[in-house]
Each structure stands twice: as C-alpha cells, then as structure tokens.
Design a protein around this ligand. Sequence first.
Ligand code: MG
Length: 301
Amino acid sequence: MRYLTYDDGQGSRLGALRGDNIIDIARLMDGGPASMLELIQAGPARWQAVAERFGQIQDADLTIANLARPYDEKIVLAPIPKPLKNVVCLGRNYYKHLLEGAIARGEDDKPPEAPIYFTKAPTAVTGPFSQIELDETVTKQLDWEVELGLIIGVGGRKISKETALDHVFGYTVINDLSARDLQFKHQQWFKGKSLDGSCPMGPVVVTPDELPNPVHIPLRLRVNGVTKQDANTEQMMFDIPTQISDISLALTLEPGDIISTGTPDGVGAFAKPPQFLKPGDIMETEVEGIGVMRNEFVAAS
Ligand code: MG
C-alpha cells in the first residue's frame, strides 16, 4: 500500500494510491479510518482488512462519487501532519557524513560507539510540496538532509533486533532541515532542528510489503536541479533493527512514532565553500521506491 494524507478542500483525508488515483480510505471502508494515525493505531488486523478491500477495487468503482480522485501534488499533506510526539532522529549515522563533519571540525573520524539521537518538534512537520518560509533574521544557514523515515505501527518496549521490522508500519521520506548556526550556537541540536517547516515529510508512506528491503535503497537530494546528496541506505552505521531495538530499550515506542534514520554525506555546511538554502531555491528530496518531495523556499513575510 502507498498511503498518503491529502486535503479534499474540507479537511485532511486518508488516501491510498491506485495508479494515478487517490482512493479515499474512509469511504472505501464505509466510515473509517479517517486519518493515518487512526489507521496505524487500529493495528495489523485493520491494515490487512483495508489492504484486502483495496485489492478488490475495480476500474469501474473509480466513478463512485467521492471514492477516487486524480493524484495532485497540490493537495498532498505530510502523512502525519501533526505527530503525537517529537520525531526521533539519528545523528551522524552514515560514515561519509561523519567524515565530512569531522574534517570540517578538525576532529578524528571515529564512529560513535552508540547511536546519536536528537528530536524535532511536531510543529516542524510540513508537507512534501509545501512552500517553506525562510526567515533570515532567525537563520542564515539553513541546510538540507535527505533521510529515510519510518513510522512505528506496533508499539513495544525492549524490542529485539530480530523482530524489530515487525513493528514498522511503513517508510517515508524526511528532510531533516537544519539551521546550522542555531544547531552549533546552542550546542544541543533541538532548536536548530525544530524550526517551523523544517521537517518536510512524504509524499507517501509505503508499507513494508512494497518495500521489503529498506537496507538497500538510493536516496538523493537536489537543489535547483543540482545533485547534492547521492547515497544508499546500506551505508547506515546503525541499521534500522538496531535503531528500533536500541531506542525501545526502556523507552516505549508507540504506534505513530516516527524515526528519521540519518543523512548521508553532501550537506551544505561541509561543502567548500559552505552552501545554504535561500529564498527561491527548489529542494527535491528523494528516496527511491517511495517518492520525491519538492519544496520551494520563500522569504518570510
Ligand atoms: Mg539528520
């Protein structure tokens, strides 16, 4: 399934892609679930029921009133527009990104012995095709970070690596936009990583049956058509089972929790000379098999 959240003009709805059409899931299921979170929280038996009903859709059904509408980027929202909790992020989880940072700081490139975590505020989340306001009185160093995101479906505590992937509802694309001047000035990364609009997410959530091997997928980032990041999730130092297992050790993961798995090399801060986003830039964030987000930056009014 390729789930998405979209705005039908009256509010946000849960949909799933069938070719070039968005199928409205609440109408397909005669009343619910009405949102991505409601679906996730309903649990695996409900996911199975939705997938089975979805599989029975015939082309002729697409003419049923309000059941289907053409896919249109303009109406696509973040899959979970307002997460229940902060997005949990991995820092320095790709060796070449660790190395580019170490060189810039004049430190050694010793990989961390344990995953580095920080979080982004729920209010940072924005749509995959939304304009993002860039307020140069707040930051002059806004930087990109393409990442594979995952959404927890089945909660748990002390989840083993062996069963970790059974807890995943699906995968999405996240850009961990980072205000480097704030990130480094405040030392703790939270504020610099949590500006409004600094967590574009989407365009869809792909369920594991359609993305069975998330450990080997290309991820890329372009600014104004120029490739800045081009890597593969196989380069993660702490893989997804390790992340889920380690985070859930004494910290309960719940349905709808979001983990952003780290960014590869090619960020702007460590380019020579450094490069940062500016009003008018078009940023494309891509994870192969999931999709491409396209965000334009505009000067804050
Ligand atoms: Mg990051």
